[in-house]
Design a protein around this ligand. Structure first.
Ligand code: DGT
Ligand code: CA
Ligand code: CA
Length: 569
């Protein structure tokens, strides 16, 4: 948990430096260090003890000192000083889409705005009108940004929930009184966003478990606390519910608290028809306990096979289960490679070799390096000249590195008219072409749809990446006609991407299911910009599983030869 705390402080320092408009390289250095500390699989305090902090990429003498200081004193003096200049609440303003560091500084210095709530109030009182540097249009954009920001706060992303629940589980499952532990609720169903985190525990000493749960260091407030259940709010403002049950009820409780609510209601109806009653304690006939120890037992007495948590939404899975036609969901073990990643040739951090090695460590057969294309200057897009050099570098890596094949790819930009950023004779030189929209999000729906459809029609475009452009807490999906795009994709043998990047998850489960019904196939990709991010594939897999996809409709479960044959148009 120390890692999370230090990463958070480094991120805050980066934000303060940004608001103070200091050197961008220092800002990036703190951001990068934060990311790397979070990615560590051991606690930093161990590294401090063994004098091994310099092993963390991006951590030099200065940052090592600060990490050590925090481990010893639970404080970083430099950070305390910075907070006096720019109070903590001001940092929150930076998370509002369309509010940049310059505006934050202006708002804070001129209007003493110190929080998002304060900003809302200032706008409603008209205090932003006539401030030099703030136009009417800007105010409208800020208001839109605040709405998106608020929605992003109500529900956290699946990745955030996974991290927080993981920390809680680790602390609690270490207790000798805890016999079993599982997440439940929307997190276990792997929904793309999570309202609150639910944890279920088997223990014969619930009081001990409750005592520890409500006193964990990350707990800021205890909302409710009873003999076998409690709710807390964490320092990051997330609610966690924890319940302790008896071993003989664990399966029934798991079914009940995993939900969804609609799924539970259907199960109860099925039970009633069989003269049974099902609740969080078990399945009963009259008042006689029949079973409840495992989920399988509960499903079985209801005449059902085990239904994977990701499917439990009452969207037809119960009917399929009754007919014995549940899909065999695609899983992590099926994935043979990643088809959308970036290296330091465009806006990524890792080299091609580092990316390839990370792919090999995951047991992948291939990885496509799809750096950005020439017109995307902001992401250091590659010119035709650069492409030749990159190809040569990939050839070198491929001849040196055994066990994994690096594919020469591009994430090519689709321009405002639907034109592809490289000519066909360049495009055909790639092993794989992923196409995406990066600008002009505000065009009318018909134009956005036309752009994506015309990308599908290009003979050399294999995959459409992050098709709706949504970024949770940052930007809503743009209003495209998904059916049109899926039809075009099906007609042209173009594949749709499920982007696993935690705040994208784009396509989402519903669109994905619709596309699948139309016969479209998918690539589950991470869009990694650093070798440590390849693990995010699990979140894209969650989307795919919630959509009911089998491995056959996910092309990166194919071996390399089959994949290359499949994507040819
Ligand atoms: P969330 O937290 O908004 O992302 O969504 P959930 O699904 O985690 O909902 P939550 O935390 O309110 O409740 C956890 C589970 O407990 C839910 O999935 C199903 C079950 N549950 C909650 N309330 C009810 C209820 O009124 N009836 C039934 N049958 N089940 C309920
Ligand atoms: Ca929940
Ligand atoms: Ca809950």
């Amino acid at each position: 948990m120390l890692n999370t705390e230090i990463a958070q402080i480094f991120r805050d320092i980066a934000k303060i430096l940004e608001i103070k408009q200091e050197n961008v390289f220092r800002v990036r250095a703190y951001e990068r260090a934060a990311q790397n500390i979070e990615a560590l699989d051991e606690d930093v305090s161990g590294l401090v003890r063994e004098n091994r902090l310099s092993e963390i990429p991006g951590v030099g003498k200065d940052l090592s000192g600060k990490i050590t200081e925090y481990c010893l004193t639970n404080k970083i003096k430099y950070f305390e000083q910075l907070k006096k200049e720019i109070p903590q609440g001001v940092l929150e303003l930076l998370s509002v889409p369309s509010v940049g560091p310059k505006t934050v500084r202006l708002l804070f210095e001129k209007l003493k705005v110190k929080s998002v709530a304060g900003l809302e109030k200032a706008i409603s009182k008209g205090r932003l009108n006539n401030v030099p540097g703030i136009k009417e249009k800007t105010i409208a954009n800020i208001l839109k940004g605040i709405a998106i920001f608020k929605r992003g706060k109500e529900r956290i992303t699946l990745a955030q929930a996974t991290k927080i629940a993981g920390d809680f589980s680790e602390s609690l499952s270490g207790m000798k009184e805890v016999d079993k532990l599982s997440s439940a609720g929307s997190l276990r169903r792997q929904k793309e966003t999570v309202g609150d985190i639910d944890i279920l525990i088997v223990s014969q000493k619930p009081a001990k478990v409750m005592h520890k749960f409500t006193r964990l260091p990350s707990v800021a407030q205890v909302l409710a606390s009873g003999a076998t259940k409690a709710s807390v709010r964490t320092r990051q403002d997330v609610q966690v519910d924890c319940r302790v049950v008896e071993a003989k009820s664990f399966g029934a409780a798991l079914v009940y608290f995993t939900g969804s609510k609609d799924f539970n209601i259907r199960l109860r109806q099925i039970a009633i028809k069989k003269g049974l009653k099902v609740n969080e304690y078990g399945v009963f006939r009259k008042n006689k306990f029949i079973c409840g120890r495992t989920e399988e037992d509960v499903f079985k007495v209801l005449g059902l096979p085990y239904i994977e948590p990701e499917l439990r939404e009452n969207r037809g899975e119960i009917e399929l289960a009754m007919q014995g036609r549940l899909p065999e969901l695609v899983g992590l073990k099926d994935i043979k490679g990643d088809l959308h990643t970036h290296s330091d040739w465009s806006d990524g951090v890792s080299s091609i070799e580092e990316m390839a090695q990370a792919a090999r460590e995951r047991g992948y057969e291939y990885i496509a390096l799809t750096d950005h294309s020439q017109s995307l200057k902001i992401a250091n897009g590659l010119s035709v000249e650069d492409l030749k050099k990159k190809r040569a570098q990939i050839d070198r890596v491929n001849s040196r590195l055994k066990g994994v094949t690096v594919l020469f790819g591009t994430e090519v930009d689709i321009d405002s008219q639907g034109r592809i950023d490289y000519k066909d004779d360049i495009l055909k030189g790639f092993d794989i072409v992923v196409a995406a929209i990066h600008t002009g999000f505000k065009q009318p729906s018909s134009q956005l749809t036309k752009r994506l459809v015309s990308a599908c029609r290009n003979k050399y475009v294999h995959v459409i990446a992050h098709p709706t452009g949504r970024l949770w807490g940052v930007r809503d999906a743009y209003p495209v006609d998904m059916n049109e795009i899926f039809k075009a994709a099906k007609d042209t043998n173009t594949h749709m991407e499920i982007n696993s990047f935690p705040n994208r998850l784009d396509l989402n489960d519903i669109n994905c299911r619709r596309a699948s019904e139309l016969g479209v196939k998918f690539a589950i990709s991470t869009d990694s910009h650093e070798s440590t991010q390849l693990g995010a594939i699990r979140f894209g897999l969650s989307v795919a599983r919630r959509a009911g996809l089998t491995k056959n409709s996910v092309i990166n479960t194919y071996g390399l030869n089959k994949l290359l044959k499949e994507i040819r148009k």
